[in-house]
Design a binder for this molecule. Structure first.
Ligand SMILES: [Mg+2]
Length: 369
């Protein structure tokens, strides 16, 4: 019988290809996260991963390790895989918040349950509606020239969905960057901008006034996470719909934004919503409200969390604001065959569970010292 026998959690530091701008003055020099390994008495193993996100969920990897070891793992040890439906609400109640820690455990349980049943994770999430998903290229460089060069290289590689990080430079530079990127990717490619809460209403209005012809797909989180009234005002100003990201941590936030007229779509991340099943419910609610949906990893998660996001992205009812994966920003991975974007799309991995094989030697190599 498949009973959970052991749970290990490891803090990891993965090297990014180069430092990544996260908006404001935040710069990511090391991709911090945790990896969870759950083993059953009959030797099956499931793996999960979440990035730390001090600027999003407030979690750091040391805290995630402690939350999992002290509050989540003890509830699971000795539990049967047949009873995961009953165990999940207990995990949610075991400790307030800590959504990224919960998401890493959720992913390991899904991988394990899939391997136990001989089914891919997307089957456990309701079945695959799509197997190939367009991947967004995020542009967050120090200079406009670098943004343009990266966009051009990505376009040549077949990518057609782009998001420009704004708010770290002077407004004129953001406007110039958006125009230059639109020029190089062409009129058909999708382009959005993400201010990561850094603008005020005046700055956002100034940006809107001079970028109306850029055909932006959406404008993401221009104002602070809790400024729904301000977002509702800006929704009247921008030609493009507004996307809420930092403002969405739970299902109730979607309802509140919808009621306030503060957004017409959301960027949903398992590390914000506390797992893959919770994120699927959020995506379904967005679609029912007529909202657009983007699914996103946190910068930067390895191919393990990327595989989880792909199974989720395959199963949600709609994904019209595409998929944001982040493993391609890393210089190293922890799975044996890293997932690679080909011609602008990622393909759903096959096989039971998540369909990727974690390399325990790599987990040990990147373990936080
Ligand atoms: Mg965002």
């Amino acid at each position: 019988m498949a009973v959970i026998r052991a749970i290990e959690v490891t803090a990891i530091d993965l090297p990014p290809l180069r430092p990544i701008n996260l908006g404001g003055r935040l710069k990511l020099e090391t991709a911090e996260g945790v990896v969870v390994r759950i083993e059953t008495g009959d030797g099956l193993v499931g793996w999960g991963e979440s990035a730390a996100s001090p600027n999003l969920s407030g979690e750091i990897s040391e805290g995630m390790v402690a939350a999992i070891r002290r509050f989540l793992a003890p509830l699971l040890i000795g539990g049967s895989l047949d009873r995961l439906g009953a165990l999940r609400p207990m995990l949610e109640r075991a400790i307030v918040g800590n959504p990224a820690a919960k998401a890493a455990v959720d992913l390991a349980l899904l991988d394990l349950a899939g391997r136990s049943a001989g089914k891919p994770v997307c089957e456990l999430l309701g079945g695959a509606r799509r197997r190939q998903m367009a991947v967004m290229r995020m542009l967050g460089n120090a200079t406009i020239d670098q943004d343009v060069a990266e966009a051009d290289a990505a376009r040549r590689a077949g990518m057609s969905v782009f998001k420009l990080k704004v708010g770290t430079r002077a407004l004129e530079d953001d406007v110039a960057a958006a125009r230059a990127v639109r020029a190089v990717i062409g009129p058909e490619a999708k382009l959005s901008v993400d201010a990561n809460t850094t603008w005020n209403e005046d700055t956002a209005r100034d940006f809107a006034r001079v970028t109306g012809t850029l055909r932006l797909a959406y404008v993401e989180q221009p104002l602070k996470a809790d400024d729904l009234a301000g977002m509702a005002c800006l929704a009247e100003v921008f030609a493009a719909p507004l996307c809420a990201d930092e403002g969405i941590g739970r299902l109730a936030d979607i309802e509140a934004h919808h009621k306030a007229g503060a957004a017409r779509g959301a960027s949903l991340k398992p590390i914000k919503l506390g797992g893959y099943i919770a994120t699927k419910a959020a995506a379904e609610r967005c679609t029912a409200l007529g909202w657009h949906v983007n699914l996103a990893a946190k910068i930067a998660e390895s191919s393990l969390a990327t595989a989880g996001l792909l199974h989720l992205a395959a199963a949600v009812p709609a994904l019209d604001w595409d998929l944001t994966t982040t493993n391609h920003y890393l210089a190293a991975d922890i799975v044996k065959q890293p997932l690679a974007v080909e011609n602008g799309v990622l393909t759903l991995p096959e096989g039971p569970g998540l369909g990727v094989e974690v390399d325990p030697a790599k987990v040990a190599e990147f373990r936080r010292r």
